[in-house]
Write a protein that binds this ligand. Structure first.
Ligand code: 3HC
Ligand code: NAI
Length: 706
C-alpha cells in the first residue's frame, strides 16, 4: 500500500509543521493501513527539509481506540505497532501528539511514544487491554510508569479503567481548558518548541525499584489477587510493569512483549475478545435498519411499584426521563417511592450521588392510582404479579387509556407476550422488556419481540436501552426467553445430582470454581425456592412427568424451607446472615426422596461429572434456543449470561466456552453420562439436534446461522 492509496492517515505540511491526521472511522483503530500511514508520514516528514515539527492527531472525536482487535486473529500484520512507535520515538524532529478526544490502549501508547502530548481538560485516556485478556503490548507498561507514579500506572493498567487527563500531569505537556481552545494552545505550544527541550524521549527516563515502589507493587498485587480471581492477565500486567523498574528500557519492552504473547495465546484472551465484539454485535439486528423510524420516549409509566417496578423506574430517572408509577393502592405506591428514595439516599451516603442529585431524581418520579394519568406517556412497562389474567387485565386497560403509538411493554419473566398482546387492539405496539433484578443495577435487558411487534417498536426499545445504560439483547418468545429458559435445566440437573448423593456445597463449589459468582443452590436460596415450586405447579402440562423432577426442591418448599428469606432452604442461615451453612437435614431429605423414587445414591460423584451434567446441560439448552431462532446468534446468549447471570467473562459466555472446549467433546461427555446413568427420565441429558449436527461436522456455535 502506498501513501497515496492509504486514506487512513491524511498528510499535510504547513508552515514547517507536518500534520499526520488519523481519519479511520469510527475509532481510529490502529489497523495495518493506519500503521503504514503513520510510518509513511513520519518518513516523509523526516526527509522533508521544510518540516521542523511533526504533529500526530485525529479528525474524529476520538484520538484512537487502540490496536485493531479484529486483526488479533492473524494475517499480515507488519509493520507491528511497537516498530511504528520505536520509529516515532527515535525521530530526529520533535513529534507532538494532539488529542482531540480519548486515547485507549495502543492509541495512548502511540501518544506516549511521541515527544510531547497536548489535550483538553475534560478528556480521558486509558489502557483497557486487560479487559481483552491481554496487556499493553506496544510499550505502555514501560512508558507510562516513566511519566506517572507507580500506583497510578499500575491502577490504570491492572484495572483498565479510563483516567481523566487532569490526573495525569506527568503525561501531558499542555492541557487546554476546553476542546475549543485546543487549536490555539497547540499553535502556541508548537511555536515554543526549540533547542534541547524539543525532543523528550520517554524511553530516556530511568527508573529503579526503591522500597516505597516495592510496597506499592506488593499492595497492588495483593489487591489484584483478591479482586480478579480466575483472570490470567491482571497479574501479568503487574509483572510487565515491574520490568520498567528493574530492567533497561529495551529489555523491559522485550519482557512486555513476551508476557503480551503469553496472554494472547490463552483461551481467556480469545474469550474476552469474543465478548468485546459479542456485546457490540447484540445491537446489530435484522429486524430494523437505518430507515426504520424511532418513536420518541419522553415520558414513561411503570405499572407496579414492587421489587422490579421501583428498580426499573430508577433507570429512567437516572437518565433524566420523567416516570409515573401506578399502583393499586396508595400504601403500595408510598412504599415503592419510599424504597426508591432509600436506595438513592444509600448511594448518597456512599458518596456516589450528591443530595441535590437525589432530589433531582426523585423530582422526576411521580405516583398515581388512576390509569387516566397515563394518557400521555410514550412507554409503559408493566411489572405486576406474574399471572396471565392479571397482566391481560392491565394491558386491556392500557389499551383503552394510552395514546396511539405508545409502546406497551411487559417485564414478565416467563409469560407469553403474544398472549398478553391479544388483550389489546394494538399488538404491534406490545413488546417484552425483561429487566433483571436488581433492575437499577443489572446491565442486561432482554428485549422480547412478539409475533406482531412492529420494527420501529423494536428499534426504539433497543436504542432506549442504551440511553438507560443497559445492554439490550433481542430475543424471541418462549417460556423464560433465553436466560431463564437455560437456567431451568441447569437447576434441574443440580437437583438431580442432589438426589443421587451429591451435596449442595459440592455442586456449588464446582460451579464457583468454574467462575460462576455463586452455585445453583445458593442462587436458588437467594431467589426463593417457592418461585420454582410455583412454576413447576403451574406448568404441570408442559414439564417432565418424571416424579424425580424437582423432587428434593419440592419437599424443601413443602417443609417451609423457601431459601434465604425463611432462614432455610438448600442451606441454613444464621438470623440476619446471607452466608449459606451446609445442613445435614437436606442430605437426609435427599436420601429419603431417592429411596422413595428408587434412585440409587452414589458416593463417587466427581467434580467433573457435576460440571458436565450441570454446565453442559445449560449449553445444550442454549443450542435448542439457537436452533429455534429464539436467539439470533450464539454471541447473544453469551451476552445474556455474562450480564444477567455473572457467567465468567474470561470464558466468554456459555456458547463461546463450548466452542473452546469443542462441541465434539461436549456431546461425547453428555452422551457418556446419559449412557452410564441409563435412561432416567424424559428430559435428562438429551443432546439437541443442533449440538449433534455441529459436533458431527466439526462446527461451532459461533459460525452457526439458522
Ligand atoms: N479495534 C477494532 N474495532 C473497534 C475497536 C478496536 N480497538 N474499538 C472499537 N471498535 C469498533 C467496535 O467493534 C464498533 O464496531 P461496530 O460498529 O461494527 O459494532 C465500533 O468500533 C464502535 O465502537 P463502540 O460501539 O464501542 O463505540 P463507542 O463510541 O461506544 O466506544 C470506544 C468507543 C470507547 C473506543 C470503545 O469502542 C472501546 O472501548 N474500544 C476498545 C478499546 C480498547 O480495548 N483498546 C485496546 C485495544 S488492544 C491494544 O490496543 C493492544 C495494544 O496494547 C498493542
Ligand atoms: P412484586 O410482588 O415485588 O411487585 C408487584 C407489584 O405490582 C406489587 O407492588 C403490587 O401491588 C403491584 N400490582 C399487582 N397487580 C397490580 C395491578 N393490577 N395494577 C397495578 N399494580 C399491581 O413483584 P416483582 O418481583 O416486582 O415482579 C413483577 C414482575 O416482574 C413479574 O412479572 C415478575 O415475573 C417480573 N420479574 C421479576 C424479577 C424478580 O427477580 N423479582 C426479575 C425479572 C422479572
Amino acid at each position: 500500500m502506498t501513501q497515496a492509496e492509504n486514506n487512513a492517515v491524511m498528510y499535510e505540511v504547513k508552515d514547517g509543521v507536518a500534520k499526520l491526521v488519523m481519519q479511520s472511522a469510527p475509532v481510529n483503530a490502529l489497523s495495518r493501513a493506519l500503521r503504514m500511514g503513520l510510518i509513511d508520514g513520519v518518513t516523509n516528514a523526516l526527509q522533508d527539509d521544510s518540516v521542523s515539527t511533526i504533529v500526530i492527531t485525529s479528525s474524529l472525536p476520538i484520538f484512537s481506540g487502540g490496536a485493531d482487535i479484529s486483526e488479533f486473529s492473524g494475517g499480515d500484520l507488519s509493520p507491528m505497532l511497537p516498530e511504528v512507535l520505536d520509529k516515532i520515538e527515535h525521530a530526529s524532529k520533535p513529534v507532538v501528539a494532539v488529542l482531540p478526544g480519548p486515547a485507549f490502549g495502543g492509541g495512548l501508547e502511540l501518544a506516549l511514544a511521541c515527544h510531547h502530548r497536548i489535550t483538553f481538560a475534560s478528556n480521558k485516556v486509558g489502557l483497557p487491554e486487560v479487559n481483552l485478556g491481554i496487556l499493553p503490548g506496544a510499550g505502555g507498561t514501560q512508558r507510562l510508569p516513566r511519566l506517572v507514579d507507580a500506583q497510578t500506572a499500575l491502577t490504570m493498567i491492572v484495572t483498565g479503567k479510563p483516567t481523566p487527563v487532569t490526573k495525569l500531569p506527568g503525561v501531558f505537556d499542555k492541557i487546554s481548558e476546553t476542546p475549543e481552545s485546543l487549536l490555539a494552545d497547540t499553535r502556541d505550544y508548537l511555536s515554543s518548541l526549540n533547542g534541547s527541550n524539543a525532543i523528550k524521549r520517554t524511553c530516556d527516563i530511568t527508573l529503579s525499584m526503591d522500597e516505597k515502589t516495592q510496597a506499592v507493587f506488593d499492595a497492588v498485587t495483593q489487591q489484584t489477587q483478591k479482586t480478579t480471581k480466575g483472570f490470567y492477565a491482571p497479574l501479568k500486567c503487574i509483572e510487565a510493569v515491574r520490568g520498567a523498574y528493574t530492567l533497561a528500557f529495551e529489555d523491559g519492552l522485550k519482557n512486555e512483549s513476551k508476557l503480551f504473547l503469553a496472554c494472547m495465546a490463552t483461551p481467556q484472551a480469545r474469550a474476552q475478545q469474543h465478548f468485546f465484539f459479542a456485546e457490540r454485535a447484540a445491537g446489530h439486528v435484522n429486524d430494523f435498519d437505518k430507515s426504520t423510524p424511532e418513536r420518541a420516549i419522553n415520558r414513561v409509566a411503570i405499572i407496579g411499584a414492587g421489587t422490579m417496578g421501583g428498580g426499573i423506574a430508577m433507570n429512567f430517572a437516572n437518565a433524566g426521563i420523567p416516570v409515573t408509577l401506578l399502583e393499586l393502592k396508595e400504601e403500595a405506591l408510598e412504599k415503592g417511592l419510599a424504597l426508591i428514595r432509600k436506595n438513592y439516599e444509600n448511594s448518597a451516603k456512599k458518596g456516589k450521588l450528591t443530595q441535590a442529585q437525589v432530589e433531582a431524581r426523585m423530582s422526576l418520579l411521580s405516583g398515581t392510582t388512576a390509569y387516566e394519568d397515563l394518557a400521555d406517556v410514550d412507554l409503559v412497562i408493566e411489572a405486576v404479579f406474574e399471572k396471565m389474567e392479571v397482566k391481560k387485565a392491565v394491558f386491556s386497560t392500557l389499551d383503552s387509556v394510552c395514546k396511539p403509538g405508545a409502546i406497551l411493554a411487559s417485564n414478565t419473566s416467563t409469560l407469553d407476550i403474544d398472549e398478553i398482546a391479544t388483550a389489546t387492539s394494538r399488538p404491534e405496539d406490545v413488546i417484552g422488556l425483561h429487566f433483571f433484578s436488581p433492575a437499577n443495577v443489572m446491565k442486561l435487558l432482554e428485549v422480547v419481540k412478539a409475533e406482531k411487534t412492529a420494527p420501529d417498536v423494536i428499534k426504539t426499545c433497543m436504542k432506549m436501552a442504551k440511553k438507560i445504560r443497559k445492554v439490550a439483547v433481542l430475543v424471541g418468545v418462549c417460556f423464560g426467553f433465553v436466560g431463564n429458559r437455560m437456567i431451568e435445566p441447569y437447576g434441574r440437573e443440580a437437583n438431580r445430582l442432589l438426589l443421587e448423593g451429591a451435596s449442595p456445597e459440592q455442586v456449588d463449589r464446582v460451579l464457583t470454581e468454574f467462575g460462576m459468582p455463586m452455585g445453583p443452590f445458593t442462587m436458588g436460596d437467594m431467589a426463593g425456592l417457592d418461585i420454582g415450586y410455583y412454576v413447576r405447579q403451574s406448568r404441570q402440562e408442559h414439564i417432565s412427568h418424571d416424579p424425580a423432577y424437582g423432587a428434593v426442591a419440592d419437599r424443601l418448599v413443602e417443609m417451609g424451607r423457601n431459601g434465604l428469606k425463611s432462614g432455610r432452604g438448600a442451606y441454613q442461615y444464621e438470623p440476619g446472615s446471607r452466608v449459606p451453612i451446609p445442613d445435614p437435614e437436606v442430605l437426609d431429605i435427599a436420601k429419603k426422596e431417592a429411596h422413595r423414587l428408587g434412585v440409587k445414591q452414589r458416593s463417587d460423584i466427581s467434580d467433573e461429572e457435576i460440571l458436565v451434567r450441570v454446565m453442559f446441560t445449560l449449553i445444550n439448552e442454549g443450542a435448542c434456543i439457537l436452533e429455534e431462532g429464539i436467539a439470533a446468534k450464539s454471541s447473544d446468549i453469551d451476552v445474556i449470561y455474562v450480564y444477567g447471570y455473572g457467567f465468567p467473562v474470561y470464558r466468554g459466555g456459555p456458547m463461546q466456552y463450548a466452542d473452546e472446549v469443542g462441541l465434539g467433546t461436549i456431546l461425547d461427555k453428555l452422551v457418556t453420562y446419559r449412557d452410564q446413568l441409563g435412561d432416567y427420565g424424559d428430559m435428562w441429558l438429551q443432546p439437541s439436534d443442533l449440538l449433534i449436527s455441529l459436533a458431527k461436522d466439526g462446527g461451532t456455535f459461533k459460525h452457526y446461522q439458522k
